[in-house]
Design a protein around this ligand. Structure first.
Ligand SMILES: [Cu+2]
Length: 372
């Protein structure tokens, strides 16, 4: 570009563009992920979960009371959250137990110079509801694929609120073998795969521990997710054998040869949480309008947040019915004061206008999280 050409740029525009560059640099400094790897996104790993809920609002002191485990993790090292996808070790040669001492499983053995150490902190990490027959969804931004993926769940009786996680607390409940990225599900900004797992007999809070052995290098990821299998002692489990002794008058009416009527099988709590659908409702040169519908698939909630990544430089410019924040390509929308509460099955919507280039695809993954 010649100097005379530059001189034609009006001064105000030049200042604006400098500001834009500075703003972009600032945004970049506080955003991540720095490089492309991956993590378990459902049930979300601790770092992904904290990033998902608070990445757009990580300095909000309300986190200290609303989500204390995420708060301590953000305070310990925000880079662990921005780099939710970077929790791996290299050169372990399959000896995961040798590389990672008990009590350090969630930080991958204090990998990456201790960046993820706060993920080992024992306490009330937010859980997501799960059924004992479930799937782990791993999202891989770099299309590494897997030599194998192993899913463990803590044994019944393990108390995640008081006990550091040890290898002996875990039981292997699902695994898949070599699966190149070409066999994974294509997402807009990477690939994903779901690993079926079955952990019968579990109730209440548990840790799901996933080891992803990536295929491009000897690179192993170690991911703790916190789940609640429900039925934590509050589910009525009218035992069939208890009924006759409890009420003798019932017994005579039942023919001895007929076994006592079993209670209907307890329907597992549906995998709760919310879902979000994104639709572009209008577009014009350089801009568009979109609407996101949030549906609560679980029990009643008091709040929700939806986040997604734009891959083509789109920016939200103005939003309604939600508070929308952006950090780099990550957009996070949180409910407004008046539309956070959703009964089971209820929906609400928010909308926004944005700027875009020629390409403006609908984001491939919308993460929706709820607060009870
Ligand atoms: Cu990677």
């Amino acid at each position: 570009m010649s100097t005379p050409y530059r001189r034609r740029v009006p001064l105000a525009a030049a200042i604006l563009s400098v500001c834009a560059v500075v703003a972009a640099l600032l945004t970049t400094a506080f955003s991540g992920p720095a490089s492309a790897h991956g993590s378990v996104v459902d049930p979300a790993s601790r770092s992904y979960s904290c990033w998902q809920r608070w990445g757009g609002d990580f300095q909000n002191p309300a986190m200290a009371t609303q989500d204390p485990m995420c708060w301590q993790a953000w305070q310990a090292d925000p880079n662990a959250m921005w780099n939710w996808n970077g929790l791996f070790r290299e050169g372990v040669a399959g000896n995961h137990q040798g590389a990672i001492p008990d009590g350090q499983l969630c930080s991958g053995g204090r990998t990456q110079s201790g960046r993820y150490n706060a993920l080992d902190t024992v306490g009330a990490w937010k859980t997501v509801p799960a059924t004992t027959n479930f799937r782990v969804k791993l999202f891989d931004q770099a299309s590494h694929g897997a030599d194998y993926i192993r899913v463990y769940v803590s044994k019944q009786g393990y108390n995640a609120l008081t006990s550091p996680l040890r290898w002996s607390d875990l039981e292997l409940v699902g695994q898949i073998g070599n699966t190149p990225a070409s066999q994974w599900t294509r997402e807009v900004d990477g690939v994903s795969i779901q690993i079926p797992a079955n952990a019968p007999g579990r109730t209440g809070r548990h840790v799901v521990y996933t080891i992803w052995q990536a295929s491009h290098l000897d690179q192993s990821y170690y991911l703790c997710s916190d789940v609640d299998f429900g039925g934590g002692g509050t589910t009525p489990t009218a035992s069939p054998t208890a009924s006759p002794t409890a009420s003798p008058t019932v017994s005579p009416t039942t023919s001895p040869s007929t076994p006592p009527t079993s209670p209907p099988p307890t329907t597992p709590t549906p995998a709760g949480g919310c879902t979000a659908t994104y639709s572009i409702t209008g577009s014009w040169g350089g801009g568009f309008q979109a609407e996101v519908k949030v549906t609560n698939g679980g029990s009643a909630i008091r709040g929700w947040s939806v986040s997604w990544n734009y891959q083509n430089g789109q920016q939200v410019t103005s939003a309604w019915n939600a508070t929308v924040t952006s950090s780099g390509s990550l957009v996070t929308a949180r409910n407004a004061a008046y539309n956070g509460a959703l009964a089971s099955g209820a929906s609400t919507s928010f909308g926004f206008t944005g700027s875009s280039g020629a390409t403006n695809p609908v984001p491939g993954i919308l993460s929706c999280t709820t607060s009870a």
